[in-house]
Design a protein around this ligand. Structure first.
Ligand code: ADP
Length: 941
């Protein structure tokens, strides 16, 4: 018997266990998420093919080989009797038309295997007769052997019954013996049947009978490929001798039926228990297993029938590769009708021949008939239709009970009650599964019920961990927020102390007194320490908060089309003072880069962090910033010639709070959070970040960001934020010089320290300051007298800063007062929706705040007229909308002519125009030559 007919397409397999559930012999190995056929155990029956919804189980195809054979050699086909069902149901043709179709396909000879069945019946008769005579009735128990799945079963799983298994060929094999002899071996033989297991039998080289074997499914494919329509063809007679009873052989008990006329001769009683007809995968294999057990037992096979007519399927009429659908009864009817037709022919044209009449009656009048029949007799006499069986036992080792228990434990089966025997895994019992595990056929701990239970537990655990994580994030942000307010005071006042001390006290101190001089120096140093430590603490808090927000997915990423060149340039600018301090050289190595989708500020933060780390860990040499397009991404590298990182430490540097190297003697200044933040940012951009380094040689930190394929070719034309910022700066610098009177700022904060701090800073910058302790008081004060600008805290008793801002921005009397929110609550979105002008997070960077206040007040003092020019309507509309909401008087123009006209009429303070467009029309020169427009400001994008 040939192994490996059925196999798994590993690509398709999802190891769902459906195949294992239907497999009678559990010949499937589950490993690494795939189910592989155990060839040494497999019956090649094809049950798994039917069960697999993904089509992952397949059988070896004979199609190509048969096509090749037909093209080259004289070939004969032998049809299993159930082809009649295919002819009728698939093609609506008679068996004889189907025969013609096969000739058209290229077969020189077309045989029915049913005559082989008639011959085999005769062989069984002789065999039974001999058995009874030699062994006696009591010991005669013959199992019939036409079914290839059962042949495999007997040899692999019930070898102890091989003595009972009749050593007789199947009808198809017998027919091939005949065809070979009738044609003196001058023909290639192909078999066709509804059974893929038949390939395992007929293609066995030890049998050496068939050149190829097709299933009916495959035969249908061949006919259809060639477009042959059997129903339109003439009828032709089949070759060779035609069968009588053999035509009914595929129905269960077909052999018993064929032997019926001889039962008297054999002394069999059909009404007694002499015969057993048994069919079906479960019933047949269970029966044989039990029979094998009994045979080993003390009683032996006493009481077992004389003849066991057994088939694995429900007769060959329901073969797994029949190729047509149909119910059992319908298929049986087609076969019996055809057999009846045979008998009618017999009546019309009966012949007697050498006492062989009862079994073989020819219905074809051909000259060779007598020779053929003589050959049949010779072959029977010469025992040419027998075949041997050999034990190929597939042995599963039985583990000792404690080993078994250990395996069961892994499946969560701690007690007998836990053994559900539900069959979900494919094995009938939990123990059967454990034995399979012991034999390496399945994976430990793979019980589906147990896995499901574990998954549920880990889901719950996951949920709990997520909740804990959330709690941790909430805790972190609360603590960080709580720390920020006092830190603002500490940092702010230390700065003021330092300034006042240096500006006012130090000049008055008697420079000659050494003690005083030393004390002054100590005070200055101490204040410096307070400031630098406060800054460090601020940075730490900011980093902790930043990272916890990223991890909790709470960061709002401002993704847009951006240029990495600009990102790197801005990061370099921000870190330039570090280079000066350490005397390091900065090199850039950039090529022209296409745009990417990214959050500009966050990427700048990443590059700043990498550069400042490089500076921090490099004492001499240089730092290089390199950017290259690498495939469909951009790779940015920051290369230093510093201390380097040991190989073992490389993966650690991206972990939170990890500072590598000799942290005891060489304690680095930092938080150990910079790189984890970078990692989060880059991951958010769909890129990777890693480091290559060698101790003493320097480090290279690299990250990638995917290219923005859609927008890659377009220019990043419009960066509204940047544009508006530039405008504000232009306009305010223009206006500042004009407004000389002292401006009035209202500080609204419930924290008296913060109010005092801001007052001192603002007054130092020349502003008049008023204070309000809450929102209600603020609104009252604003109604009494309008300030030029309001600094507004968010979290205050009574009404929140957001509500105050909403009230003011909705009142025409106050809507134009610039509002800057200064808060520990980071909800810029909400602030800007209400219409506030700027947002500062505490602890406040007072220098930046003062600068922003200057810009806003200056801008608010004059409503500027802007002319916006763009050929693209939607860009134009966006710009107009944005600028109008920012308080500008906006005029728009779509072409050069329109632009000139509007410029002359409206005399704008500023013209905003696309660089390319402006250059094309030589706009700056033309407009500036116009009267009254000599000083107009141009802003390009
Ligand atoms: P830190 O704030 O401590 O710099 P990072 O997460 O940015 O935190 O870096 C973590 C650690 O990785 C640093 O403390 C240092 O040990 C190591 N490291 C980072 N960049 C470099 C570099 N360019 N050269 C050597 N070591 C570095």
């Amino acid at each position: 018997m040939l192994d490996g007919i059925v196999y798994t397409d590993m690509e398709q397999c999802q190891a769902c266990s459906a195949c294992l559930r239907v497999c009678r012999t559990k010949s499937i190995m589950m490993k690494e998420g795939k189910s592989k056929i155990i060839e040494e155990s497999c019956l090649n029956c094809g049950a798994c093919l039917k069960a697999c919804s993904r089509g992952a189980k397949k059988y070896q195809s004979g199609l190509e080989a048969v096509e090749e054979l037909l093209a080259k050699d004289k070939s004969a086909i032998i049809l299993a009797p159930s082809y009649v069902i295919v002819a009728q149901k698939r093609y609506g043709c008679s068996p004889e038309q189907f025969g013609t179709a096969l000739r058209k396909l290229g077969f020189a000879l077309v045989y029915e295997a049913s005559f082989g069945a008639d011959v085999v019946t005769k062989v069984y008769l002789n065999y039974l007769w001999d058995f009874l005579n030699t062994q006696g009735r009591e010991k005669t128990h013959v199992i019939t052997s036409p079914c290839p799945s059962l042949m495999n079963f007997m040899e692999k799983h019930a070898p102890s019954l091989l003595d009972e298994f009749a050593p007789i060929m199947s009808p198809m094999a017998a027919q091939a013996v005949l065809v070979k002899q009738w044609n003196q071996g001058q023909v290639r033989i192909v078999g066709a049947s509804p059974c893929m297991a038949k390939k395992s039998e007929l293609l066995d080289p030890e049998l050496g009978l068939y050149d190829q074997k097709l299933t009916f499914e495959e035969l249908i494919q061949l006919l259809d490929r060639r477009g042959i329509v059997p129903a339109c063809l003439e009828e032709t007679e089949f070759d060779g001798i035609q069968a009588l009873y053999g035509a009914g052989f595929p129905i269960s008990g077909g052999l018993t039926k064929a032997l019926e006329p001889f039962s008297g001769e054999l002394g069999f009683n059909l009404l007694s228990n002499d015969y057993l007809i048994i069919e079906g995968e479960d019933r047949s294999t269970n029966f044989l297993k039990q029979m094998a057990r009994h045979k080993q037992g003390s009683g032996g096979l006493a009481g077992y029938p004389l003849l066991i007519d057994i088939l694995f399927c429900e007769g060959c009429i329901m073969g797994k590769s029949l190729g047509v659908e149909g119910d059992y009864w319908e298929n049986k009817r087609l076969i019996t009708d055809y057999t009846k037709k045979r008998f009618q022919k017999l009546q019309e044209n009966s012949q007697e021949c050498q006492g062989y009449i009862t079994l073989v009656k020819n219905t074809v009048e051909v000259p060779e008939f007598q020779r053929w029949l003589a050959i049949v007799e010779e072959l029977i006499a010469d025992n040419q239709f027998t075949r041997p069986w050999q034990s190929r036992e597939y042995h599963r080792k039985e583990p000792a009970e404690e080993v078994l228990r250990g395996i069961l434990e892994l499946d969560g089966k701690h007690t007998r009650e836990d053994e559900l025997n539900c069959g979900a895994c494919g094995y009938e019992t939990c123990r059967e599964r454990a034995i399979a595990v012991y034999n390496g056929e399945n994976e430990p701990g793979g019980c589906i019920v147990h896995v499901k239970y574990e998954a549920k537990l880990s889901l719950e655990e996951n949920k709990r961990l997520l909740e804990l994580d959330q709690l941790k994030s909430d805790f972190l942000s609360t603590v960080s927020h709580e720390l920020r307010t006092p830190l603002t005071s500490v940092l702010g006042f230390s700065n003021i102390i330092k300034k006042k001390f240096e500006d006012t006290i130090v000049p008055l101190v008697n420079g000659d007194d050494k003690k005083v001089k030393r004390t002054v120096q100590q005070i200055a140093d101490n204040v410096e320490i307070i400031i630098s430590e406060s800054r460090r603490l601020t940075n730490l808090i900011n980093d902790v908060l930043d990272l916890s927000k990223m991890e909790a997915g709470k960061v709002e990423w401002q993704m847009e089309s951006i240029s990495l060149e600009e990102v790197i340039a801005r990061a370099i600018a921000a870190t330039s003072s570090l280079f000066e301090q350490k005397g390091l050289e900065l090199k850039t190595d950039m090529e022209e880069l296409p745009l990417i989708q990214g959050d500009k500020d966050r990427l700048i933060q990443t590059v700043i962090n990498l550069i400042s780390n490089a500076v921090k860990f490099t004492d001499q040499g240089s730092i290089t910033c390199r950017a290259r397009v690498t495939g469909d991404e951009i790779t940015v590298s920051v290369i230093d010639t510093g201390i380097g990182i040991a190989a073992g430490d490389l993966p650690k540097v991206f972990e939170k709070f990890k500072q590598v190297g000799d942290t005891l003697t060489d304690k680095p200044k930092g938080t150990g959070l910079g790189l984890p933040i970078c990692k989060q940012i880059i991951a958010q951009h769909g890129g990777r970040i890693w480091v290559e380094s060698e101790i003493g040689q320097g480090s290279t930190f690299l990250f990638t960001v995917p290219l923005d394929k859609e927008k890659g070719d377009q220019l990043n034309r419009l960066d509204i934020d940047n544009l508006v910022k530039q405008m504000t700066e232009q306009v305010s610098s223009d206006v500042r010089s004009q407004s000389r009177e002292q401006k009035n700022v209202l500080v609204v904060d419930d924290d008296a320290n913060i109010r005092m701090l801001l007052r001192q800073e603002l007054e130092a910058a020349g502003y008049a300051v008023r204070e309000a302790g809450d929102g209600i008081e603020a609104i009252k004060m604003i109604n009494q007298s309008k300030p030029d600008l309001i600094l507004l805290d968010v979290m205050m008793p009574g009404i929140s800063g957001f509500d105050v801002a909403a009230v003011l921005k909705n009142d025409p009397g106050t809507m134009d007062i610039p509002i800057i929110i200064v808060s520990i609550i980071e909800d810029k979105e909400r602030g800007f929706r209400i219409g506030i002008d700027r947002y500062f997070a505490k602890p406040i960077n007072t220098d930046a705040l003062i600068k922003e206040i200057g810009l806003l007040i200056a801008n608010g003092a004059s409503r500027k007229k802007v002319l916006v020019v763009d050929e693209d309507t939607s860009t134009l509309k966006t710009l107009v909308d944005v600028l109008e909401t920012k308080g500008y008087a906006v005029v728009s123009a779509r072409d050069n002519e329109d632009c000139l006209k509007k410029a002359q009429e409206e005399k704008p303070d500023m013209i905003i125009v696309d660089t390319v467009f402006s250059r094309r029309h030589n706009m700056v020169k033309t407009i500036r030559l116009e009267k009254g427009l000599e000083n107009v400001l141009f802003l390009f994008y």
